[in-house]
Design a protein around this ligand. Sequence first.
Ligand code: VGL
Ligand code: ZN
Length: 213
Amino acid sequence: MKSALLLVDIQNDFCPGGALAVPEGDRIVPVINALMELFPEVIATRDWHPPGHISFASRYAKPVMATIDTPYGPQILWPDHCVRNTPGADFHPALAAALIRHVVYKGTNPEIDSYSTFFDNARRQQTDLHRYLQASGVTDLCLCGLATDYCVLYSALDALELGYAVTVIEDACRGVNVKADDSEQALQRIVAAGGRRVMSATLIHQWEKEIRL
Ligand code: VGL
Ligand code: ZN
């Protein structure tokens, strides 16, 4: 058994002041910095869109949060966010980024969005995450980051389907909550699919017990 901590999209545009700010998105950063030291492997994802991405409302005469039909199904339209090589796509400045061993880029295809950090929403292309985890011998994935109801949710569901043991660290995630209980629903879907939800204090407590043995 080997665990990895997966930091999902802890980028400026998903934090207060950013283009697609998740409420309290920045509050998870100190929690995550403390968690990173517990894991032998820390991987981070970055939403990394080209300008004019299919998910950007600015590409159409449509409001943000409207839905369009695409060949891969309905697509919610977002404000322009996480445009590759812009400050909005950088990690939050307080994140202990030096502890990250591998970075996965997603949403890079101009015509296909990608909530999961394993597969794009059309399930056509795979990132290098699964290969990297297999090569590193990782069997257990602990997820945290932004946003609970999109990238954390779909990454967790794909990880379960790929056979990983999945834990979501609740207080190290925040959601967009287009509907007020979307994040709670997301956590319940992850548990229904075989994942586990924990608080960071529980993980830290377990870790302390184990090194004392
Ligand atoms: C995300 C909406 C659009 C996320 C990314 O990281 O959860 N949400 N792009
Ligand atoms: Zn995006």
